[in-house]
Design a protein around this ligand. Sequence first.
Ligand code: PSU
Ligand code: MN
Length: 299
Amino acid sequence: MPELINITPAVADSLRDRRPVVALESTVIAHGLPRPQNLQTAQRLQEIVREAGAVPATIGIIDGQLTVGLSDDQIQLLADRADIRKISTRDISLAVARRWNGATTVASTTWIAHRAGIKVFATGGIGGVHRGSLPDVSADLPELARTPMIVVCSGAKIVLDLPATREWLETHAVTILGYQCDELPAFYSQHSGLPIDARVDTPEEVASIFNAQRALDIESALLVTVPVPAKSEVPAEELQHVLTTALEDAEWKGVTGSALTPFLLSQMAERSGGATLRANIALLENNARVAAEIARRVY
Ligand code: PSU
Ligand code: MN
């Protein structure tokens, strides 16, 4: 299996020398953000990780190769082409056997990054329990429940049923830290009204909790939730309106499965005049920086 994972030299050298590495996902590039902001953001996230003293490892699938540390050309391919598949954990074997080009979600990025030996992963918002009539639970959740890794995010995406998502994580023993905050962030907003398990104020505190988890052989992820920077937060009233409209649209058009999250994100960006898009990019950048600072304290 390890031969199926192609770890590029810069990342492999860092892992061997125990220097800090931060994994980044590619679904946000291919399906989460519009062009051209998607490519710009992917490049910017890598720069931010480097500036903060860690090595970025953007993960994706090129011609069936699970790749840890995509090159600039490979990132561009995932950003530009319209036929890039969204690969969750269940699709990894299909992508390998059929030599697909694919973008990896939080679930599949976590799966691959852990097997490559990476301990810290930064993303925007994780998937979770969807609202609506179908019981639709993102594969991100079970993957977090069975992978010992630090995942830095701004909570679960606001399109989801946040209380149900929070309950799911509690049931499956995923510890949720609030990074310099006292409640669970709600993606484009700083506030959800939902509890975290503990507040932390420094990367050292995150590292010490992760070390305790490792010593105890706890198999689940440590979720570090970071609020969107205040100046980029979308005001609650504005958000509520675009969110309700996007959810109704999805229901009418019958959008389900892996197409649902990308549909809702793009609808909200369009209807908010780009406000949700700016918030999404700001929180992604901030999370990449926090993740790099944590990675420097985790060995
Ligand atoms: N965070 C963002 N934008 C995104 C995603 C996360 O800021 O597009 C992606 C992640 O890859 C996550 C996926 O795993 O959305 C969830 O999709 P689904 O609900 O279909 O599992
Ligand atoms: Mn789903």
